[in-house]
Design a protein around this ligand. Structure first.
Ligand SMILES: C[S@@+](CC[C@H](N)C(=O)[O-])C[C@H]1O[C@@H](n2cnc3c(N)ncnc32)[C@H](O)[C@@H]1O
Length: 243
């Protein structure tokens, strides 16, 4: 898995502008270098399920349980951001209409096979798209879920802004990811791990302040829940209300 710390304004080897002006996306498209993630996940795709199915399952289960708690609402329209190979898709309630996006075609190909094999007819779209520029209109979804996603993108605030834009007032945004420890032996171990970050492909120093600062900046976003998940406490579930 390639988890990077947030990087703002990196040099652009290859950038994707997803939405066309006048299209369905936001009209202030921004360009980010997503080539690192695209290459990394093209390499990871054939191995991803073998390596990451089990270790990250608790987080997927937690986000699905939180989302499924809203099943009383009829016809929930869900956006799944960074769906990868679709490991979370079978965990969501079958009444949800799920639109899924990911940057990586090789990852999406595996997700499409999963949807076919498991006959997940409620997954209505699996589309290649950069989450910095979602090609969807404002307020068209009841919730957005992003398991193991915001820590790997160049501009987490932009991706969160985009999720907030496409979720209707009264909806929810749900995240699962690693949040760095602020002090103590785990923080120390994480800073050691970060020194070998490039070889691990994962920087464990993603601080809560990235999400906390975004919430502070947005008068329409409220933190509903931040919960460390068992086992190991490596990942957290974060639920945000879009007011
Ligand atoms: C760690 S994987 C998580 C996949 C899946 N949600 C899971 O739980 O296994 C992160 C996914 O985000 C995708 N991704 C990375 N950058 C992206 C971007 N800018 N826009 C959309 N997807 C992106 C990657 O291609 C990858 O499939």
């Amino acid at each position: 898995m390639s988890e990077q710390s947030p990087k703002h304004g990196q040099g652009s080897e290859r950038s994707i502008r997803s939405a066309e002006p006048g299209g369905q996306g936001s009209n202030d498209n921004v360009s980010h270098d997503v080539s690192h993630a695209e290459k990394a996940y093209a390499r990871w795709a054939p191995l991803y399920d073998a390596v990451f199915t089990h270790v990250m399952r608790p987080g997927r289960r937690a986000i699905a349980a939180a989302a499924n708690g809203r099943v009383a609402e009829t016809g929930v329209r869900m956006l799944n951001v960074g769906v990868g190979t679709g490991l979370e898709l079978p965990m969501f309630d079958r009444s949800f209409q799920i639109t899924s996006i990911d940057l990586s075609e090789p990852m999406l190909e595996i997700a499409r096979k999963r949807v076919r094999d498991l006959a997940l007819s409620n997954v209505i779209e699996l589309k290649a798209m950069d989450a910095h520029n979602l090609q969807y209109p404002d307020a068209g979804f009841d919730m957005a879920v992003a398991p193991y996603f915001v820590t790997i993108v160049p501009d987490p605030h932009r991706c969160l802004d985009e999720m907030a834009r496409v979720v209707r007032p009264g909806g929810e945004i749900m995240l699962v990811n690693h949040i760095a420890a602020e002090r103590g032996p785990i923080a120390w171990a994480e800073s050691l791990l970060a020194k070998v970050g490039p070889s691990l492909g994962w920087d464990p120093r993603f601080p809560w302040s990235v999400i906390g600062d975004w919430i502070d900046r947005r008068s329409d976003i409220e933190l509903l829940e931040r919960r460390t998940l068992v086992p190991l406490g490596m990942f957290s579930l974060i639920r945000l209300a879009r007011n």
